[in-house]
Design a protein around this ligand. Structure first.
Ligand code: ATP
Length: 355
């Protein structure tokens, strides 16, 4: 996608006293994209979103909408709308009245309001019969849809979402993730979404931005962030991993407690003498008999966890513990405590700077 930016951030910072919650962000948000900002608690996601939505002004830097500086433009004057986790629906009103609220404020006539509200119910996949239902009689997931329909009734160019699914149970969250993705496509709007949940980000987004201590450390397509994390922090944030610190001496890579390692270096690290080798649990495998792998270690399996369709094993090898994952269909048949040889190919490991 090479759409032009709808929102642009240049050197954006937000300080509270001497503390920088957002510490210099440059970012182009593309028109029509679904961009998700992920990061651990306290990394500055909400502060960033509050600036984008006009609820806080940046302390430094420039925020512009289609090339026009909007640093101090209040949220009511921006073509944007924010959907929260706590939905702020009007509890004493019907679903229809909630959705129509922004239209009423604009003076849209009753019949047209109703028609638009019904179309929005279709879009968020609620039955039209919900129009007259009180919102308090709706389930959590249904209320979430009403809130999104109401946000869309503003006809914003950009929708911001602040962890909107975090109060929902797992199953409903999974359904809503896919629906939000469909809704994004159907609405054609720009979505900017923040979450702690990597899974949510992976399922829905065109691009993911990863925040660490107020900075955006990597922005890219989900597959790129997953397969080619720029730093150890990003690789560790993107799921459980095995990280092996390795050092080169005399042309040979070695890791403490393991010994010699076969490593494929990315071009930008060709000159490095110390790196972190990240092996995702799904790229580690049991190497049977004559089976081959660039790196092989002998150890023993000492724990096994069922993760739904996958099984995770803890394997002690070379004075360290590795995580290895297999699909249930390919489960390892050995007994706990049994010796096992594990291995991985150099091309399946991700090599990142050590720091
Ligand atoms: P979470 O995922 O827990 O919501 P977050 O990534 O959204 O976290 P922010 O809420 O943006 O993080 O907070 C980033 C940092 O800025 C935190 O250390 C927080 O305590 C601090 N912070 C946020 N708002 C203020 C404020 N109004 N005054 C002082 N410090 C603040």
């Amino acid at each position: 996608m090479d759409a032009k930016p709808i929102l642009q951030l240049v050197g954006v910072r937000k300080t509270f006293g001497s503390f920088a919650a957002v510490d210099g962000i440059d970012l182009d948000i593309r028109e029509g994209e679904f961009l998700t900002i992920v990061g651990p608690s306290g990394s500055g996601k909400t502060t960033l979103l509050r600036m984008l939505a006009g609820m806080e002004a940046p302390s430094e830097g420039v925020l512009s909408l289609r090339g026009v500086r909007i640093n101090d433009t209040p949220s009511s004057e921006r073509p944007t709308c924010l959907v929260f986790q706590s939905l702020a629906l009007f509890p004493h009103m019907t679903v229809g009245a909630n959705i129509e609220f922004p239209l009423k404020a604009k003076g849209v006539a009753a019949a047209a309001r109703r028609e638009r509200a019904l179309a929005l119910l279709d879009l968020v996949r609620l039955p039209r019969s919900y129009y007259g239902k009180n919102v308090m009689q709706c389930s959590g997931g249904e209320r979430q849809r009403v809130a999104i329909a109401r946000a869309l009734a503003h006809d914003p160019e950009i929708l911001f979402f602040d962890e909107p699914l975090s109060a929902l149970d797992y199953k409903l969250r999974k359904v809503m993730e896919k629906e939000l993705k469909d809704l994004h496509r159907a609405s054609g709007k720009t979505f900017v979404y923040i979450t702690h949940s990597l899974e949510e980000a992976m399922v829905m987004s065109d691009r993911i931005g990863v925040m660490q201590s107020g900075r955006l450390v990597q922005v890219g397509a989900p597959e790129e962030i997953y397969s080619r994390p720029a730093t150890r922090f990003v690789s560790e944030f993107m799921g459980e991993v095995n990280v092996i610190e390795a050092r080169r001496a005399g042309g040979v890579w070695r890791a403490e407690g393991i010994g010699e390692l076969a490593i494929t270096l990315p071009p930008e690290l060709e000159a490095a003498d110390a790196v972190a080798v990240v092996v995702r649990p799904e790229f580690l495998r049991f190497v049977e008999g004559t089976g081959d792998a660039d790196n092989r270690l002998s150890g023993e399996v000492f724990n096994e966890y069922a993760l739904g369709s996958r099984i995770q094993y803890q394997v002690r090898a070379g004075a360290r513990t590795f995580l290895l994952e297999l699909s249930r269909a390919k489960a390892w048949r050995g007994e706990p405590g049994a010796p096992a040889v594990i291995g991985w190919d150099a091309r399946d490991a991700i090599v990142v700077p050590l720091a």
